[in-house]
Design a protein around this ligand. Sequence first.
Ligand SMILES: [Zn+2]
Ligand SMILES: [Zn+2]
Length: 412
Amino acid sequence: MSTLASPATADAAPADSGFRAAVRDHTGDLIALRRAVHRRPEIGLQLPQTQAAVLAALDGLPLEITTGRSLSSVVAVLRGGLPGPVVLLRGDMDALPVTELTGLEYASEVAGVMHACGHDLHVAMLVGAARLLSGVRDRLPGSVIFMFQPGEEGPGGAEPMIAEGLLAAAGEHPVAAYCIHVLSAIEPFGRFSTRRGPMLAAADTLKVTVRGAGGHGSAPQFAKDPIPAACEMVTALQTFVTRSIDIFDPAVITVGSFHAGTAENVIPAQAEFAATLRSFSPATRERVRRGVLDVVHGIAAAHGLTADADYVPGYPVTMNDGGEAEFAASTAAELFGADRFAWMANPEAGAEDMSYVLERVPGAFVNLGACPPGLDPMTAPLNHAAQARYDDAVVPDGAVLLAELAWRRLSR
Ligand SMILES: [Zn+2]
Ligand SMILES: [Zn+2]
């Protein structure tokens, strides 16, 4: 059967899953779970309370559950009653070091920590998907891996989960992987969006120390001043972007930190700066890596200085598979109506460690607008803002889409 050409009604879904009706029995629980997690946000790789909340919410379902060794992840496997392949669904669970200023009744009770990126909704949606798919277990042709991931906001939980055997959890390598990320702004409430190919940027870091020789500000000829050379590097990095990078496969370099010196009449021995490097393809990422090092070392050498340039790789490009993005788009439109889906014109310049999964498994990263009705998505506070609000009325639809993607992909 073709999932791409199906008529735009939920009833026409292959072997109707019934998830849209079934989710009503879980909606109250899922929203309560989201709010409980929201009240007790945790940061990084160790999220013991969040992990406990997930385990409690999955209790009683026919799942094989393992928890992480080096991080508080949860991997749950649902084995369907019929033979078939493996699909992975992912939800990240971590919060941010932000002091919440939403004024919500269920606002964070932990000082300086907030679910400002909406990962609390992701937890609830993935639990919902696990419940929905467990309900059709006997008819399910294959297995589903539910990936509850810590540390997305740093230092990265997907890579250690993969190292601990995530992708082998169901015995076979997954044929597809999907996740949903909520947005507090930009997209209207309830609208899904995605794109083919690059979805989010690669985000790497450049750290530079320019080393010269200190001296008296009145007599630079007796010193080796690192400051003008470091300034030249900052501007040359921008020239590198505009002269060496294809505008249709772009990069962004921002020097966000620059430090040197102690007094106006003292030439310091060194200057330091750091930059974030964003790119949207492996080819441009590699070109940027080589280019920034050449610029820094070349300018240092031209002035008789040395430079320690440290390129620190961050998350790679989050790359959607074209076919899986089409499949996610058509599934969302069929389930919820054509007005509930929009193709994204451009990728986001943020980064995501779902990228490590999508480097190994074809799949799709899908956004879901959760801007509270009544706010203008174009002016509402963005993800990570202390005022960012996410309407959890989207949780059941997110759970249904995740479950439906697994159901249809396994049924294909
Ligand atoms: Zn975030
Ligand atoms: Zn996020």
